[in-house]
Write a protein that binds this ligand. Structure first.
Ligand SMILES: [Zn+2]
Length: 274
């Protein structure tokens, strides 16, 4: 049986690409088809009736007509406009960082309903949370769970021994924690404090209502941000673009702090070449 020509789906608008004079291609994240693309005709004309229901970071019910190459968006009705994400530049930047990660870590037409729910949950939390960094770290770890890159935080990935409560390290290339012995063999890894490891484990295995009770000081928050950013960059083989924008928006006080490289461990100098 062939698929019906017209269909409806819930979707979060995660990316917008301009096309020609007034058209757009939207990237939608949906509960049953995962990521899909939709052609939106005349979306950028001032009179477009659809534009308000197809803004970035909107949760909508979208109607589409199947096309040979690309489905066309024929209608849209807002379910949640997530207004605080649009009226506050900083909250926008956090949410766009989250949608960029969803876009980067998914392929089209692969259903991942838990990831769709996670995205909605995180957008909801970014509308209200004070500690938006904590929301992002929670998001990153749960996203990695859902897309198959869950980092190993319980034991050393090299020797498989349980980790002792000392300073261990996180190896992006190794996909998880390294004990002090095995760390010697890794070209580069982040030293990770006992507290930071505890928080990562909690973030990885808890729901948001538990995570939201956490209080992180700035130092710990930076330590977690650095290790996660490094791991994501390693997995994506590139920088997360919106992370740079986030950096410029966050409170100026952060910029006077010592550079993150302070906690970055480099390999011992190579022996001089003959
Ligand atoms: Zn080890």
């Amino acid at each position: 049986m062939s698929k019906p020509r017209n269909y409806q789906t819930e979707a979060v608008i995660i990316k917008k690409t301009k096309l020609g004079e007034a058209d757009s291609i939207l990237t939608l994240y949906t509960p049953h088809q995962g990521k899909i693309q939709g052609f939106a005709k005349s979306l950028r004309k001032p009179k477009s009736k659809l534009a308000g229901h197809l803004e970035l970071l909107t949760h909508s019910m979208v109607s589409l007509a199947r096309g040979r190459n690309l489905d066309t968006i024929t209608g849209s009705q807002t379910i949640n406009s997530f207004l605080p994400l649009k009226s506050d530049l900083e909250r926008s930047a956090y949410a766009l960082y989250a949608t960029e990660l969803v876009n980067q870590f998914t392929a089209e037409h692969i259903e991942n309903r838990p990831l769709f729910q996670l995205l909605l949950e995180v957008m909801e939390q970014l509308c209200q949370a004070d500690d938006k960094e904590l929301v992002l770290r929670y998001f990153e770890l749960h996203l990695l769970n859902e897309v198959g890159y869950r980092p190993q935080l319980q034991q050393c990935v090299a020797c498989h021994q349980p980790l002792r409560p000392v300073i261990n390290s996180f190896g992006s290339g190794a996909g998880g924690m390294l004990c002090p012995n095995c760390h010697q063999n890794q070209a580069s890894a982040h030293l990770l404090s006992v507290n930071a490891l505890k928080v990562l484990r909690l973030l990885q295995s808890s729901d948001y209502s538990t995570v939201s009770r956490l209080k992180m000081n700035r130092e710990l928050s930076h330590e977690l941000e650095a290790v996660m950013r490094d791991y994501l960059k390693y997995l994506l083989e590139r920088e997360v673009k919106s992370a740079a924008w986030l950096d410029t928006l966050r409170e100026p006080a952060r910029q006077t702090l010592p550079r993150r490289e302070a906690i970055y461990v480099t390999s011992p100098p190579l022996s001089p070449s003959p």
